[in-house]
Ligand binder design. Structure first.
Ligand SMILES: [Zn+2]
Length: 197
């Protein structure tokens, strides 16, 4: 992809991307901009520190963090009510960050990460550079991330025991930003290695 017309919003140098990465790093000043709808713009992003003790190649995986209010107005379930009640320790309700993996990484890993991270919000140590690793290519648009956050909630609701008969809810997105989480790649397997100290 050659983006002839696009210039770094920081220094004005032309921006290029070899892959489909929507996060474009300026080769002149290092600033990262978001490429969307044929334009480059500023983007807020953070980088989480990697944990020690993992083997494999360190890769920083981009996620869209969709902060949203989730208000369930009405829910009717038949059967499995008791088991649902018992397993309701991790509720997907209220205001929270929805983690939506935005990288071109096999779906099996993204699906699991999205659910686990959204249910058990990790405590992160942030760092200022992609130390010791490289960035994974970001391929998902912001708007799609919002839809995927809502799908994540619906998947969660349908996977817990009992038959979901009625679900009325409001899903309101407050903000969306980019977060890079460290993962370690061995052969074709990815394992998140987030520092919690
Ligand atoms: Zn620049």
């Amino acid at each position: 992809m050659l983006l002839k017309e696009l210039k770094c919003p920081g220094c004005g140098a032309p921006l290029k991307s070899k892959e489909r990465d929507m996060m474009l790093a300026c080769s002149h000043c290092g600033r990262i901009s978001l490429y969307a709808d044929g334009k480059v713009g500023d983007v807020a992003y953070s980088i989480a520190a990697p944990a020690d003790g993992y083997s494999g190649e360190l890769i920083y995986v981009p996620f869209w963090i969709v902060n949203a209010d989730l208000n369930v107005r009405k829910e009717t379930i038949s059967g499995g009510k008791i088991s649902r009640f018992i397993s309701d320790k991790r509720q997907m309700r209220g205001t929270r960050d929805f983690y939506v993996c935005a990288a071109s990484i096999p779906e099996e890993f993204c699906r699991e990460w999205n659910m686990e991270l959204t249910l058990d919000q990790p405590v992160l140590n942030l760092i200022s550079s992609f130390k010791g690793g490289k960035r994974a290519v970001m391929t998902m648009e912001k708007g799609i991330a919002g839809e995927n956050a809502e799908f994540l909630f619906l998947r969660y609701e349908t996977e817990i025991p009992g038959t979901l008969q009625k679900l009325e809810y409001d899903f309101k997105i407050n903000s969306t930003k980019v977060l890079y989480l460290p993962a370690y790649k061995t052969n074709d397997k990815y394992v998140l290695g987030i520092s919690h100290e």
